[in-house]
Design a protein around this ligand. Structure first.
Ligand code: UAG
Ligand code: ATP
Length: 494
């Protein structure tokens, strides 16, 4: 491809060298550069990509896009820009020939519920036999094949490569989770979103955003990038503010919630231990809905999908059948063991709000105790500490026994994380046991369980590994629970 085509409409501060050259590929990691490639130098969180420019040239880069002054040999084309990540988004969409103009792109943002909403929308389209793709925490799904993603919302270059695969696979609709990181770091720059969906906002990722206001502003960016609809949860305080902020945009605001004021609302809600039923009211009529996951949060998440269906002229019957066809979502209040004595449930709750909602959803159906096994991943510093304390307090308040253990401690000290959680539980006079090793913690929870207890394992959800330090260790909670229970049964029989 000609470099002039790749840099078309790029905001450039200066150019040194020839732009009338053929280039092969783009890379933002020097290790990925190929002969005649373009290297985009990014000032990262850990290292500075500008320090790898010589390595990229040694590997064959003929073009360097950068934001800081660096001495570079003659013969290399050097393009200086204000913001390398934004430039990466521009050259990536140019390189792949603007793939998001070729299908319907839906972006979902909010602290919790994004993955679930993608699955509800996909279930509706699946029921209608329409090719639909997902990009999110569980991975990228094209033609029902799941490809893991490094990030919930991948970097712009990777994202555009995925979009291009979708064009080649003749995908008509792509439903994508858009993280606040992605919005702040321009990973979704120049994407043509048809629809944006806002689920809710509660404290999370404050190590990156510093304040709730900054976090909200990052999320709100999505709703200025949409052409057709902005679908917003009007029961959420930040949702209300978002409506005011974007009501005059070209994209039409459609609201959902539990109050009559919403365009799409739910009434007559019946909560079961493995389902929720309600009647949805839309401008096109009413319909009974059964969601095969318990809890009011899944009323909200399915309402977002119904609002989306309404905006896209999908019939109420298709919506109803589609939602009902979803039998569950991996790691979202998923019952992984159930016998006459006790039940083990896995949930991906990893924020204060998520944990509180998960505990409150199951509480009315638990005759015995709730034994919660949980940890917290939060970066170092005050913001991280707030999250550990917050989740510790919720555990103390809403569970009967809290087994405090490790989530993905990553580069943080697992003992310190646990100590901070425990201090919060002690303050609330909660009942707890701290066990650093997650497998041992699960073992302990199972050992102490009695008839009618429910063991709730939170934080891992669909994940099948644990990240300790820089090592990713296989950790499949479903398999581990079954192993532990089988061993116990064998010991009893023996
Ligand atoms: C903190 C953070 O967000 N980091 C993201 C960021 O990394 P970075 O650019 O700062 O990486 P860096 O290691 O400092 O390297 C800087 C530059 O030097 C380059 N480099 C580096 C080494 C080398 O030898 N050669 C070289 O060229 C790197 O490729 C990079 O371009 O940009 C990378 C590319 O987009 C991301 O993969 C990476 O996400 C990391 C893995 C991460 O953990 N991110 C989390 C916080 C995140 O983004 N989470 C959200 C979802 C959260 C949620 O939903 O709950 C997400 O969307 O995933
Ligand atoms: N609407 C909601 N409100 C509050 N909590 C929710 C809601 N929906 C889901 N949750 C909680 O958040 C957890 C994660 O749900 P989900 O994966 O749908 O969210 P997410 O926004 O995609 O999160 P992430 O981006 O981190 O994957 C669930 O297991 C549940 O505990």
């Amino acid at each position: 491809m000609l470099l002039t085509a790749v840099i078309k409409d790029l905001d450039i501060l200066s150019i040194k060298g020839n732009v009338n050259i053929e280039i092969s590929k783009i890379a933002y990691d020097s290790r990925e550069v190929v002969e005649n490639g373009v290297f985009v130098a990014i000032s990262g969180f850990k290292v500075d990509g500008h320090n790898y420019i010589q390595k990229a040239i040694d590997k064959g880069a003929k073009v360097i896009i950068l934001e800081n002054e660096v001495d570079i040999d003659e013969g290399i084309t050097v393009i200086k820009v204000e913001d390398s990540r934004l430039a990466l988004a521009k050259v990536s969409t140019n390189y792949y020939n603007h793939p998001t103009q070729k299908f319907n792109l839906v972006g979902i943002t909010g602290t919790n519920g994004k993955t679930s909403v993608t699955y509800f929308i996909k279930a509706i389209y699946d029921y209608m036999n329409k090719p639909t793709s997902i990009i999110g925490t569980i991975g990228t799904v094209i033609n029902n094949q799941v490809i893991p993603n490094k990030n919930t919302t991948p970097e712009s270059l990777n994202l555009n490569a995925i979009f291009n695969d979708m064009v080649n696979a003749k995908v008509e609709n792509c439903i994508m989770e858009v993280s606040s990181h992605a919005l702040n770091l321009n990973r979704v720059g120049y994407c043509d979103f048809n629809t944006g969906i806002f689920t809710n906002l509660s404290p999370d990722h404050l190590e990156l955003h510093n304040t709730m206001e900054e976090y909200f502003n990052a999320k709100a960016k999505l709703f200025h990038m949409t052409s057709d609809y902005n679908i917003i949860n009007m029961d959420d305080e930040y949702g209300k503010r978002l409506i005011q902020r974007v009501k005059d945009n070209d994209a039409k605001v459609i609201t959902y919630g539990l109050e009559k004021e919403a365009d799409i609302y739910a009434k007559d809600i019946i909560c079961g231990d493995e389902f929720t039923k309600y009647t949805v009211v839309t401008p096109n009529g009413t319909m009974d809905i059964t969601v095969n996951i318990p809890g009011i949060i899944y009323v909200y998440n399915s309402l977002a999908a119904i609002a989306y269906g309404y905006c896209n002229n999908i019939g109420l019957m298709d919506i109803q059948q589609g939602i009902n066809s979803l039998k569950g979502i991996t790691g979202r209040l998923e019952v992984i063991y159930n016998d006459d004595d006790y039940k083990v449930i896995v949930d991906f709750a990893h924020t204060e709000d998520g944990l509180e909602k998960a505990l409150n959803t199951i509480r009315p159906f638990v005759k015995g105790r709730i034994i919660l096994v949980f940890g917290v991943y939060a970066a170092a510093g005050e913001k991280g500490r707030d999250k550990r304390v917050g989740m510790g307090k919720i555990a103390a308040k809403y569970s009967d026994v809290a087994v405090v253990t490790s989530d993905n401690p990553k580069d943080q000290d697992p003992e310190l994380i646990i100590q901070e959680i425990v201090e919060a539980i002690q303050e609330e006079k909660g009942n707890y046991k701290a066990i650093i090793d997650r497998r041992e913690a699960i073992n302990y929870a199972i050992e102490i369980s009695r008839k009618d207890d429910v063991i709730l394992l939170t934080g891992k959800g669909h994940e099948t590994s644990q990240i300790i330090g820089t090592e990713e260790i296989p950790f499949n909670e479903k398999e581990i629970v079954n192993e532990i229970i089988n061993n116990m049964k064998n010991i009893k029989i023996g």
